[in-house]
Design a protein around this ligand. Structure first.
Ligand SMILES: NC(=O)c1ccc[n+]([C@@H]2O[C@H](COP(=O)([O-])OP(=O)(O)OC[C@H]3O[C@@H](n4cnc5c(N)ncnc54)[C@H](OP(=O)(O)O)[C@@H]3O)[C@@H](O)[C@H]2O)c1
Length: 345
């Protein structure tokens, strides 16, 4: 198979570097362009010495859509920075996978409320929300993928089968998520300063986190009716990983075995989703991999299912999922470059 050329915009951030790490060993692609803002003219291996002898491509500032030589572009730029460039790239006929939030929200009012004005909202309609386990058929045909947010991935994958089966109350779903610090990106900020994070644990952006409307919108698409989500994120003093605890009320009395069977019915063929029957997932069992692990317990007195899901925010929550989308779009084996086994210990 002829190799395709791939460019990564924002390659010197955490998700960009993670794309490089996984793509350098991909059999069907060749990296053509890596862009940066601060490290123009430096080899990628000078920015990240762990890549010495592995990726010595010189980083450029070239975010100019006309001169990017690639069949596929990953944009790992911040939201608002991404949309104008991605818009031009798509209009010039290139396929794009955007890791930012710019093309994820389908409602213009919702986007505006949470993110402000959008430079090319006309393209949002053609963007496919890149959750392969749910939208694989649309991804095959897509030119523009809106790669999902990290928290939404950890929440939507476990909710999907329960919503589709109509067995849970959609008026009050409570999501309590915890993320490692790499979720905030590589840029410097007091909030992610070592002394502000290490040895502590805190909730942040309570009632105002931008992933709430993304989760609620997608969950409502699954249900074909509005779904109310209460979402509270927390910052864990670790580098990577997300654990989401999700509380849903059942519309009847279901045994754990029945819930397990529903999950198996939806996901038993999915390479990157692991359903736990007895144990509960942990962050350390997914870090370094593209897995989403899902476990649950039924609390019969209150008719509640308590679901625990874990992902690596930089892999299944970002770059791994983006590569999974690319593999589907181009007809490569879906697991190409994604077979990493979790790092623990
Ligand atoms: N981190 C996660 O877990 C995660 C998960 C899912 C989705 N995302 C999304 O993925 C995107 C990238 O996230 P990240 O965590 O990789 O961020 P990051 O570490 O801050 O990296 C951002 C990249 O974009 C470049 N950049 C920053 N501001 C720019 C500007 N004004 N103009 C041009 N380039 C600029 C940076 O260049 P320099 O390196 O030169 O500064 C860097 O290469 C974001 O939209 C984020 O919301 C992140």
């Amino acid at each position: 198979m002829k190799k395709i050329k791939v460019a990564i915009l924002g390659a010197t951030g955490y998700t960009g570097a993670e794309l490089v790490r996984m793509l350098v060993r991909h059999s069907y692609i060749e990296l053509s362009t890596l862009t940066t803002r601060q490290y123009v003219g430096k080899k990628f291996s000078q920015v990240f010495p762990s890549f010495t002898g592995i990726c010595d491509i010189v980083c450029t500032e070239n975010n100019d859509p006309d001169s990017i030589d690639a069949d596929l572009v990953f944009s790992a730029l911040p939201h608002h920075e991404s949309a104008p460039i991605v818009g031009e790239l798509v209009k010039s006929g290139k396929k794009v996978i955007d890791l930012s939030a710019d093309f994820r929200i389908k409602s213009e009012n919702t986007y505006k409320k949470w993110y402000g004005d959008h430079p090319c909202f006309d393209l949002v309609g053609e963007a496919v929300y890149g959750l392969p386990e749910i939208y694989r058929e649309e991804i095959v045909k897509a030119n523009l993928i809106a790669n999902p947010g990290c928290y939404p991935t950890s929440v939507l994958l476990p909710l999907y089968p329960l919503i589709k089966e109509g067995i849970i109350d959609l008026n009050r779903i409570i999501v309590d998520s915890k993320s490692g610090v790499s979720g905030a990106g590589r840029g410097l900020s007091l909030k992610t300063h070592f002394c502000e994070v290490y040895g502590g644990f805190k909730a942040y952006n309570v009632t105002v986190h931008r992933h709430q409307p993304e989760i609620a919108e997608q969950a409502s698409f699954f249900a074909k009716s509005p779904v109310d989500i209460i979402f509270t994120p927390h910052l864990l003093p670790i580098k990577r990983g997300i654990l989401s605890t999700i509380y849903v009320n059942m519309k009847g009395n279901f045994e754990e075995k029945e819930i397990y069977n529903i999950y198996k019915q939806y996901y038993s063929k999915e390479r990157f989703i692991r359903i736990f029957e007895e144990d509960l997932p942990t962050i350390e069992s997914v870090v370094g991999s593209n897995f989403c692990d899902i476990g649950f317990k039924v609390e019969k007195n209150t008719k509640t299912i308590i679901i625990i899901s874990t992902i690596d925010n930089l892999i299944k929550g970002a770059s791994g999922q983006a590569i999974q989308n690319m593999n589907i779009m181009f007809g490569f084996p879906e697991e190409s470059s994604l077979e990493n086994i979790p790092l623990f210990p």
